[in-house]
Design a protein around this ligand. Structure first.
Ligand SMILES: Cc1cc2nc3c(=O)[nH]c(=O)nc-3n(C[C@H](O)[C@H](O)[C@H](O)COP(=O)(O)OP(=O)(O)OC[C@H]3O[C@@H](n4cnc5c(N)ncnc54)[C@H](O)[C@@H]3O)c2cc1C
Ligand SMILES: *[C@@H]1O[C@H](CO)[C@@H](O)[C@H](O)[C@H]1NC(C)=O
Length: 443
């Protein structure tokens, strides 16, 4: 490959999986990345914080991540890892949990090993929060950051480009429940859920129907008197006891909550609950970006963006890595900055501003034609692999391994069919063997 012509100073916001791999790809292309991380360590989501008595159990509560103690991955490790740094048991330095769907600590160890292997730690400024990112005349970006514990308005520095990797699992989205202000129970968001013990003998209402809503419900059911899941997609008079449990039920959505402590479902039935746990997801949030970033967030659509990465108006000097969800995150995060780094160096040319805008609009029209709401804009469940392979092709990188895609499909089916046991029983041993054989060349 021809060597890159432009070598830029690039600020990367965040040292989670996305920021780490972005730093690696930028440096590989000859740029000089500086990674800003407000935590004291790498890992982002995977940095578990011990149970806290949050003063605001519904809120973002400072900066901690959203992990709960019992969390195991919902992807098998052969699927989940970066493309060229296998998440193999025993391979990642310090690996201590050989499960195929390991506990969260193992993922952190993997990311730490990734950072060490590619010598990324010295690129990171820890305990340094980015307060603002502003575009200057002449196209440079002013990045203002502040060290933890320091007062004042922070230090301003200038970069040629900024890559935003700030994650999107910290700003809680809360369900709107009529009457809940007068309801006397306790509300919290799954962001602040850690362990089931505080729910001993309580009646807990869990709102949400995602994998994490069900995982957390089962976790709580081990301690609580009763757990009731309210699922807005369930038919109106649903009231189903969950197989294998005496104290876990599935219901339709809540209609309202009352002053006497009851929570009323859409069919008029009700229960008296002590706690409402919102497992209702998160919001994209870029508090450090101003209007000059040219993007807005409306109903969880980050707009306008070309291929979910570049705001056309300021491309390629501002980019976003990690917005898509319902994906295999790490490899998708890896392909994005491969593309960004090559565009920044001038090896790859973007289409014109107008063409990029048109592409984004055409995508929205497709969503609309299929009746999908705005908030599904970055929900990639139907086209993540098409997208991954498009990015790979731009960069002259081979498409994602077919086996990884197959494994993902098998796992999705197993997860839906056997949500409680898919992490310990599977039927794709042949794919695992093939993957491990393939990974040998990277070890
Ligand atoms: C409960 C849960 C379970 C999950 N399970 C899986 C799984 O099994 N498998 C899987 O592959 N994925 C899973 N995910 C998805 C997971 O979030 C991604 O794998 C990935 O870790 C996201 O990485 P990220 O770098 O985009 O964001 P994050 O990990 O959130 O990292 C963002 C980083 O940016 C930093 N930051 C933010 N703002 C600033 C600022 N202004 N200044 C400085 N630093 C800043 C944060 O401190 C953080 O370190 C799960 C997520 C959750 C919430
Ligand atoms: C994501 O999109 C798919 C199809 O486009 C849809 O079936 C699914 O319900 C969406 N997921 C969530 C959690 O909204």
């Amino acid at each position: 490959m021809p060597s890159a012509s432009l070598r830029l100073a690039v600020a990367v916001v965040g040292a989670g999986a996305a920021g780490l791999v972005a730093a690696r790809e930028l440096r590989r292309e000859g740029h000089t990345p500086v990674v800003f991380e407000r935590a004291a360590a790498v890992g982002g989501t995977w940095l578990y914080t011990a149970p806290a008595t949050s003063s605001d159990p519904l809120g973002a509560a400072a900066t901690h991540s959203s992990l709960y103690a019992s969390l195991r991955t919902n992807l098998p490790r052969e699927t989940m890892g970066f493309l060229d740094f296998p998440f193999a048991a025993g391979a990642a330095a310090g690996s201590r949990d050989p499960h195929r769907f390991p506990g969260h600590e193992e993922v952190l160890r993997y990311l730490e090993a990734f950072a060490r292997r590619f010598d990324l730690l010295r690129l990171v400024r820890f305990e340094t929060e980015v307060l603002s990112v502003r575009r200057e005349d002449g196209g440079r970006w002013a990045v203002t950051s502040r060290k933890l514990g320091e007062k004042g308005s922070g230090d301003e520095e200038f970069y040629d480009a900024v890559v935003v990797c700030n994650g999107h699992y910290t700003e809680p989205r809360i369900a709107v429940i009529p009457g809940v202000d007068a309801w006397p129970g306790k509300q919290m968001h799954s962001h602040n859920y850690r362990v089931p013990e505080p729910f001993l003998d309580q009646v807990v209402m869990v709102i949400g129907a995602s994998a994490s809503a069900f995982d957390i419900s089962r976790d709580i059911a081990s301690m609580a008197e009763e757990v009731h899941i309210a699922d807005r997609s369930a038919p109106a008079s649903t009231c189903k006891k969950q197989p294998g449990y005496d104290n876990l039920w599935l219901h339709s959505m809540i209609d309202h909550a009352q002053e006497d402590g009851t929570v009323v479902f859409q069919d008029g039935s009700s229960i008296k609950a002590d706690v409402i746990m919102h497992c209702t997801g998160y919001l994209y949030d870029f508090p450090f970006l101003g209007d000059d970033s040219t993007i807005t967030v409306d109903d969880n659509r980050v707009d306008p963006l070309y291929k979910h990465i570049f705001p056309p108006e300021v491309a390629p000097h501002l980019s976003f890595i990690g917005l898509p969800w319902k994906v295999i995150p790490f490899p998708l995060f890896e392909l994005g900055p491969k593309w960004v780094a090559r565009v920044l160096s001038g090896r790859i040319k973007l289409p014109s501003k107008d063409k990029m805008m048109e592409d984004g609009k055409a995508f929205y029209l497709k969503l609309e034609a299929r009746g999908l709401p705005k908030r599904y804009t970055h929900n990639f469940s139907n086209y993540q692999f098409e997208y991954d392979d498009w990015l790979a092709e731009q960069c002259g990188h081979p498409p994602m391994e077919e086996r990884r895609k197959q494994m993902y499909a098998v796992n999705s089916m197993n997860k839906a069919a056997r949500p409680e046991s898919y992490r310990d029983e599977w039927d794709d041993e042949h794919l695992v063997a093939e993957a491990n054989e393939y990974f040998k060349k990277f070890l």
